[in-house]
Design a protein around this ligand. Sequence first.
Ligand SMILES: C[S@@+](CC[C@H](N)C(=O)[O-])C[C@H]1O[C@@H](n2cnc3c(N)ncnc32)[C@H](O)[C@@H]1O
Length: 218
Amino acid sequence: MGRGADDELIRAATRPEAPPLVPELPVRLAADVIEAWAAAERVAGRRLPPPYWAVAWPGSQALARHVLDHRHLVAGRRVLDFAAGSGLAAIAAAVAGAARVLASDLDPLAAAAQRLNAAACGVEVEATTDDLVGLPLEEVDVVLAGDVCYERGPSARIAAWLRDLAARGATVLLADPGRTFAPTEDLEALATYVVPTSRALERRERTPTTVWRVLPVT
Ligand SMILES: C[S@@+](CC[C@H](N)C(=O)[O-])C[C@H]1O[C@@H](n2cnc3c(N)ncnc32)[C@H](O)[C@@H]1O
């Protein structure tokens, strides 16, 4: 699909909404994810993966809140929002004064959503659909990773890579709402946010989500 078609699909499936923890950054979100998924597939005329990009998951909300309230973490630095979904954390980093922000997500529609959301918030975010896991990313100073530990195999691979990035000197912030496959060791808790969510998504109305700094174990 072309850029215009992607934009049309995202607009059909979502509406501008203020994420509860970061109301100053309205992004395009689904009112109901299943309905948004169906709407996206109707517009695309084909099957699509779940629209993770249409949700501000607890991870990106906690990261966005944290960098907006602790701007020194990203100001003037080169930031990667890994597995960025809507791009909310990337946008927050740009607002907080990052020198450069790259959002990565394997889903091309996430890249389109990030572009639309960044433009609506008045900032620039670059997007890539490359799988960066395993790369040393010497050109990145800070890595934000929100809600990335939801599948066993990928989570182990991602956690090992984040650890390597911390060991080579990057600041690595992992925000996790207690997913089963999240790492539990060599982490420093920076803050815990109670993120309003929905029973449909998280089977509860509030999800405590911790922003961890991944410690550089060598
Ligand atoms: C639960 S969503 C979290 C999105 C966002 N970080 C947030 O907290 O709102 C997980 C995202 O990870 C993306 N993803 C999974 N594996 C990835 C990989 N190896 N590289 C980039 N994105 C990946 C998925 O496409 C999905 O958008």
